[in-house]
Ligand binder design. Structure first.
Ligand code: GLN
Length: 189
């Protein structure tokens, strides 16, 4: 299956490698033509404000929203990708995709702990615990009724799903645990 990774900025290569290790065909997505080829899309971590500007510049935001709303294209947003997919961002206007009914808090874990790792229990993924790597991570401060909460860390939601949208606060593409990528590729739809 052709699985796209939005390749404007951020942790693109790592996701491409994970897709390949899962036995699927990774496609870096930079244009509408690339988007039209893929059966699934990952929006990686990076800087959400930068990715957002580039999405608008290349008219990819409209196309992504259309593919989701019309055809239910499964989309996985990690970290900055989660921010771009959230309906609301605390203290900031959301003017990009907004496809999942959550409110996110950016850089939610505070400056002192820019990055950390945590063992997460994930609903729908068999043990052992998943080692989540958080880098200036957001978390979900509010989730609508339709949203399935898949993992939390210290009472904060860090992995969630609504229909064909999956979002994570952490970076499952770092390290070599393929379970969340497999879950996205094989189970969401
Ligand atoms: N803090 C970043 C943002 O708000 C996200 C960090 C990340 O994707 N690792 O865009």
């Amino acid at each position: 299956m052709k699985v796209g990774v939005l390749a404007l900025q951020g942790a693109v290569q790592e996701h491409l490698k994970m897709i390949e290790k899962c036995g699927h065909q990774p496609i870096p997505v930079k244009t509408i033509a690339h988007l039209n080829q893929v059966k699934r899309l990952i929006i990686p971590g990076g800087e959400s404000t930068t990715i957002s500007k580039l999405l608008v510049k290349y008219h990819l935001n409209e196309k992504i929203a259309e593919l989701y709303n019309r055809y239910g294209l499964p989309i996985f947003g990690t970290c900055a990708g989660m921010i771009l997919l959230a309906k609301q961002i605390e203290g900031q206007k959301q003017d990009i995709l907004g496809l999942i009914d959550i409110t996110v808090r950016r850089n939610a874990f505070g400056r002192q702990i820019n990055s950390f790792e945590a063992e997460l229990e994930i609903n729908g993924i068999t043990p052992p615990l998943f080692r989540g790597i958080f880098i200036r991570a957001p978390y979900i401060s509010k989730a609508g009724k339709e949203v399935r909460i898949l993992a939390s860390f210290r009472e904060n939601i860090v992995l969630a799903q609504q229909k064909n949208i999956l979002v994570s606060s952490f970076h499952p593409e770092l390290g070599d645990d393929l379970r969340i990528h497999r879950f996205f590729i094989e189970k969401i739809n």
